[in-house]
Write a protein that binds this ligand. Sequence first.
Ligand code: GLC
Ligand code: CA
Length: 556
Amino acid sequence: MNRAWWKEAVIYQIYPRSFMDSNGDGIGDLQGIISRLDYLEYLGIDVIWLSPVYKSPNDDNGYDISDYQDIMEEFGTMTDFDQLLNAAHKRGIRIVMDLVVNHTSDEHRWFVESRKSVDNPYRDYYIWREGPDAQTPPNNWGSCFGGSAWEFDSETGMYYLHLFSRKQPDLNWDNPEVRREVFDMMSWWCEKGIDGFRMDVISMISKTKEMPDGEVHGLYGDYGPYCVHGPNVHRYLQEMNEKVLAKYDIMTVGETAGVTTELAKQYAGENTHELNMVFQFEHVEGDGKYGKWTDEKLPLTTLKDTLSRWQTELYGTAWNSLFWNNHDQPRAVSRFGDDRPQYREASAKMLATCLHMLQGTPYIYQGEELGMTNYPFEGPQDFRDIESINAYKEWCVHGVLSHEVFWPCITFKSRDNARTPVQWDDSPQGGFTTGTPWIPVNPNYREINARAETADPGSVFHYYRKLIALRKQNPVIVYGKYELLFRESQELFVYTRTLGQEKLLVVCNFSPRETPFAVPDEFVGAPLLISNMENAYDRAVMDLKPYEAFVLKKNL
Ligand code: GLC
Ligand code: CA
């Protein structure tokens, strides 16, 4: 397997709006990030993935871009950005930009032009269709954020496609001019010295020309079969690779909802000349009761089967990205661990062990390294996210579910759980801002915060530091071959990793109960690499404590 810096790296995702506010307006910003680079250097991460910082009217918190070559006013200026890039590079930290090119904002100048007339030079930059009339869209597709995926535009009496909000019109990638513009813009950022791209919903850029109705789920039809992994997606990515990516020493990760291992081998194959890796979502999807909404955890056996399949099938041919959460997912410890006070720290460390010992590049979402939890929402007025606001309306206000049934589900999965401010210390607003934060700080900031955790060698923070450091010292963690043990166990996730003469045993108790465990013979007496408990592992047969995790390493 080829070595690469991005395989050996640990990536830290920053959602700038909620990371650190430098000027008291309640909104995180670039100077705020700069002020916390020492913290990130101390943690030991190699790369920052910056969620979008471009100019945007913020219909979807920056995932609706109105100028790809300018910075969102609330976040600062291009000078601040250059300063951030320099300051990060000085510390040996690389910066990966979020590339959102499936759609733009409707306030992007291309779209402002496009909607003016059918013969405008920018008309064909977007996807326009006729509908039978102003009330009946061209087909039944629903948007990800609720409602039809088509918006009628009275200027020309036609509809435009938006798979997300109506303020996020989809670009027409079949137009070579669009591809040229996007590739030029990407080159411009590369010339600036950025270190890569995380590509937003990149699996959706190619749509089938015929746009038939989709299978109806709920109120609308599913566009999936016609827009996700569409006919030309690989051709366009290869073209992007040839025109831009191959020219720079950068890394790329594609957000590819609905991706299978087979498709991932194409998107992120060692020799397919598309992307370096993709985000797959099988382990964070499939738990929904009402659409994506649920209040239930996936059974551990399902989680293990999914992750193991990805480990095994990509081995040697493509590269995994590893994550428990991001800005679109609830907090890892609340979802896969246990955020009750007596179990929070242990289960956060257990999850970290489990993920960081898998093969692939690990991603840490801001605050995960502190064991930050889901937010105790009191009512729909607490939501800031367009997805949660619309979903509550669609399922409860206009829909079929009672508040009592839906509330535990939407609060368990809402994206706003991840978007509450990073908890820096125990001062008002968790040290995030001196003003009023755009979204409330989780009240548990008094106990859970970076100042307390950096001062406590037994904290979740220091455990992440240790895991990151171990990765640098043990190539087996990066490149070793994976094998699952005790597949049927509903409490334990146990696996080995093997590289050359070295072998790891990774043992994670996902349950709040003591669980008996016998160390496999070949590992009896092997030295301990890391453990989330004191006095853990001293016998071959033992009762694992709730959420206990440890790793043994032996020489073959
Ligand atoms: C991606 C982003 C998400 C955004 C959507 C539309 O899924 O991660 O935050 O809402 O794309 O851009
Ligand atoms: Ca600010």
